[in-house]
Design a protein around this ligand. Structure first.
Ligand code: MG
Length: 384
């Protein structure tokens, strides 16, 4: 039988020297007996999966609001794609795959409903009350808002997973028990992997969803070199395949192309900069996990295209502006009479500023819960 101690020993053998080894963890804020069969990061991953915030990702969106269609990405499916891409990269580079998975699954827990317009609305209201930022909120979720254990608030995750969630955002207005992040220097390679896997995932799936929804025009897209080359290749190999299949094959090959480029470039950078241990990673002023200069250029053109054609598409702007307005209106309604908050949320009024309590409450909502709440307050015949 494989016990934790042996898994930790195996890590010594099969992980690279610059990987984060489970046995070397900075540990948890509250001392706990470690598990017999799971390493610290495997256990953190499981704590994330069982959290309420994780389940809510299913009904939170980024670009397309939930009722636009059932086959668009949600934050949950996005999160799974980030974990998949991240694990592939981690395994190829002999990094700690469990740590990457735990961070990837947790990386979006602090997001509001309706993507960035929800965040923007909350940030504006919270300007004079400590502000709002999704990475800091993610840490607040796992450190404070999740209630599961009798002896402490939050999930008591390891230092490295928490560092991966906060990234480099400045922790402001942190709840009582957050340890300061005194660690200087660049983030661990596992954290860099999740960051870049996140980017690869959303660029490509936004493109995929954008095409499926017909908000993105395929003809216009053919001006972009990266897409054009991969599509041409698909077209050559399967000229009679249906359009949707060609599109999916192109997306698939695009992801593969970018991940392969990333792996090659990273491998050569590890050699070039003599990265031997995680301390070498920390002292590097620049990121180690990155694309080749050529791929960076090509991706830039694709990103600019997405910004112009999809994120600034009039229907997407309408969706986000509508969300922005009613997140603000909901906030006002609760603030006007906090007694309208459900009892479990009112409980926090005893310890926190009402602004922060309402902010946490709204940030935790799914898109559809927020829509339901809005209806309850503003539609006269709706049950409250
Ligand atoms: Mg993300």
């Amino acid at each position: 039988m494989l016990k934790r101690k042996e898994i930790e020993k195996n890590e010594e053998r099969y992980l690279a020297s610059y990987a984060m080894h489970s046995a070397q963890t900075g540990g948890r804020a509250y001392k706990e007996k470690e598990h017999d069969y799971r390493t610290v990061y495997q256990r953190d991953r499981d704590r994330v999966i069982y959290s309420t915030a994780f389940r809510r990702l299913e009904y939170k969106t980024q670009v397309f609001v939930n009722h636009e269609g059932d086959h668009y990405r949600t934050r949950l499916t996005h999160t799974l794609e980030v974990a998949q891409i991240g694990r592939t990269i981690a395994r190829a580079l002999r990094l700690n795959e469990d740590l990457v998975e735990a961070i990837a699954l947790a990386h979006d827990l602090g997001h509001t409903p309706f993507g960035h317009s929800g965040e923007k609305a909350l940030h504006e209201i919270m300007k004079d009350h400590g502000g709002f930022e999704h990475n800091s909120q993610g840490l607040r979720v796992v450190d404070y808002l999740e209630e599961r254990y009798p002896n402490f608030q939050g999930l008591n995750l390891s230092f490295e997973v928490r560092e991966g969630i906060i990234k480099h955002a400045t922790p402001y207005d942190m709840p009582r028990r957050v340890i300061a992040f005194e660690r200087e220097g660049s983030p661990l390679l596992e954290i860099q992997v999740v960051d870049i896997a996140d980017e690869i995932a959303y660029d490509n799936h936004d493109l995929d969803d954008g095409l499926a929804s017909e908000l993105v025009n395929e003809k216009a897209l053919s001006r972009i070199g990266l897409w054009r080359d991969v599509y041409k290749d698909v077209q050559k190999r399967w000229p009679s395949a249906r359009d949707g299949v060609k599109r999916r094959q192109t997306i698939r090959n695009l992801i593969n192309l970018q991940v392969s480029d990333l792996l090659k470039e990273t491998e050569s950078r590890i050699k070039k900069f003599h990265i031997k241990g995680s301390e070498d990673v920390r002292r590097m002023p620049e990121k180690i996990i990155t694309f080749s200069p050529g791929m960076r250029e090509r991706r830039k053109a694709l990103k600019e295209f997405l910004l112009k054609e999809l994120y600034n598409h009039y229907r997407v702007v309408r969706m986000s502006n509508k969300a922005y307005r009613f997140v603000q209106e909901l906030f006002k309604v609760y603030l006007d009479k906090p007694m309208q908050l459900p009892p479990a949320t009112q409980f926090y009024l005893k310890k926190d500023d009402p602004y922060r309590v309402i902010c946490d409450y709204i940030a935790g909502m799914t898109d559809r819960y927020a829509l339901d709440e809005y209806k309850k307050f503003f539609a006269p015949y709706e049950k409250v």
